[in-house]
Design a protein around this ligand. Structure first.
Ligand code: ADP
Ligand code: MG
Length: 462
């Protein structure tokens, strides 16, 4: 049955239905959910609606399919079912162009490579990889809505929640999605810490006007971890003016924070009130079903299979956050690789016993990183923390700094202190260097992976 071929046209009926929905639901709900449903054809007893993503589809079905069908029955007098087809913006664009059939394999989100990638964003932090559950659906759908209609209903948007719950993933997914369809829009993702140090060094070098101009001319500004701004009054003031400039020209801003804005200390009232404007949404720890779904998603492309039992075991025992789920999984995958065996329940139980027994072990220490990196490169712990700058030491040190930022919650300032009292700019430079290095040197990424596993191992065995 092809919906497009029938002579049934329910587009007017659909318009009418939408009007009723708008009256029945709050404006916020309407904008978030119904505005993005696009009439896509019909037959005698179906209407097809295009939705922007599979998450959106699941959510719509769960929340609104019944109300929509009830309304259709009421208006039409006969039962009409709705069906949803996923039509990403990219696909819609490709369809309009129609000239490039080769790129149509994009539709399943797989041919990632020919997609435009923003240099500041991690490619894996996209909506396709983000699992939506009850714990995060409001935030996730707000993020999707923003990426469809930036600068409108949810501006600014502030996403808050504890460590490892997906704040960075979501804020970057917004950037990724907008970037993939933008033409020359200025999109910036920046950690509050980087924003701060960029601001400070712009003052020191007498180029503050350039800094101001740069951020005040963004079309989309995404600032991660604004709790870092506590006590940084001058930077707060600068951000306040940036905010005003962008807000007044309807440019979208998204912020993340590790707690509700009301709990931030040493924050000026006027900036606080700006953060609280718009939409504030929270991320909660994932429930059991979502944990299972996340683990499945993360093992989709694994070479060595992990049994369902083992996945359930992890989901039952690791309840804190997604980062810990990933850590448990990484531990198992590391083992599976080593012994080249499928992961059964028994193996998972024995491998993860310590991990489950001692939740504190989940916190990776800088010491574990320093020791693992030192061992891997045949150096000593003190070499990495010491002053010597020979290449044989400097490079491993930079890798260790990068890993410390990747795997822990330490700020660059704190990492600097742990690395023998170095300045945070040194740490930032190291991270930048390794990240750039991974783009050009294909051996670096596998090396980082090996090191990450070693660090996990170290943590388990100590
Ligand atoms: P935060 O910034 O809140 O500390 P992150 O965004 O860095 O957390 O998330 C930690 C890890 O967990 C990342 O690897 C991220 O991809 C993953 N993650 C978090 N939430 C989800 C989710 N809902 N689905 C898939 N992966 C997730
Ligand atoms: Mg984060």
């Amino acid at each position: 049955m092809s919906m497009e071929e029938g002579s049934w046209d329910y587009s007017t009926l659909w318009e009418e239905t939408l009007k009723h929905m708008r009256a029945d639901f709050s404006e916020q709900e309407y904008v978030m959910w119904f505005k993005n449903l696009i009439y896509n054809g019909s037959d005698e007893n179906h209407i097809a609606l295009a939705v922007p993503s599979s998450f959106y589809k699941d959510q719509i079905i769960q929340r609104y399919q019944n109300s929509i069908e009830d309304k259709l029955l009421e208006l039409q007098g006969t039962p009409i079912k709705v069906k949803f087809v996923i039509e990403t913006k990219q696909r819609a664009v490709a369809k309009e162009g129609k000239k490039n059939p080769a790129s149509s394999k994009n539709s399943d989100g797989r041919a990632e490579d020919d997609r435009r990638r923003h240099p500041q964003l991690k490619p894996e932090y996209n909506f396709e990889n983000f699992v939506i559950g009850e714990n995060n659906s409001f935030a996730a759908n707000a993020a999707i809505a923003i990426s469809r209609n930036p600068g409108t209903a949810y501006n600014p948007c502030l996403i808050y929640g504890g460590v490892g719950l997906g704040k960075t993933h979501l804020i970057q997914a917004i950037g990724d999605s907008l970037y993939s369809v933008s033409n020359n829009q200025k999109i910036s993702y920046v950690a509050a810490e980087t924003f701060t140090s960029e601001f400070i060094s712009s003052i020191q070098s007498g180029s503050a006007h350039k800094f101001k101009k740069k951020y005040r001319s963004m079309d989309i500004l995404l600032i991660d971890d604004i709790h870092f701004l506590q006590g940084k009054i001058q930077t707060q003031e600068e951000l306040f003016y940036t905010f005003e400039a962008l807000y007044n020209s309807n440019k979208q801003m998204v912020f993340t924070c590790d707690r509700p804005v009301s709990e931030l200390k040493e924050l000026t009232d006027r900036l606080r009130s700006r953060f609280e404007r718009g939409l504030n949404v929270d991320l909660q720890p994932p429930d059991y079903e979502t944990r299972i779904a996340i683990l499945r998603k993360k093992t989709e492309n694994n070479q060595v299979p992990i049994s369902d039992d083992a996945i359930e075991l992890i989901a039952k025992n690791v309840t804190t956050n997604v980062r810990d789920l990933e850590a448990a999984l990484l531990k198992l995958v590391a083992y599976a690789d080593l012994v080249n065996k499928n992961i059964s329940l028994e193996i998972a139980q024995s491998q993860l016993r310590d991990f489950f027994a001692n939740p504190n072990q989940r916190i990776i220490s800088i010491e574990a990183i320093l020791r693992s990196v030192a061992e891997y490169f045949g150096l000593s712990f003190n070499d990495l923390r010491g002053k010597r700058r020979t290449k044989a030491i400097a490079f491993p040190r930079q890798i260790a700094m990068y890993l410390a930022r990747e795997m822990t919650e330490y700020s660059t300032t704190e990492v600097g202190i742990e690395f023998g009292g170095r300045d945070h700019t040194t740490v930032m430079y190291a991270c930048q260097k390794i990240e750039n290095g991974m783009k050009t040197d294909s051996t670096l990424e596998p090396m980082i992976q090996i090191l990450k596993r070693k660090i996990m191992e170290y943590r388990m065995s100590s």
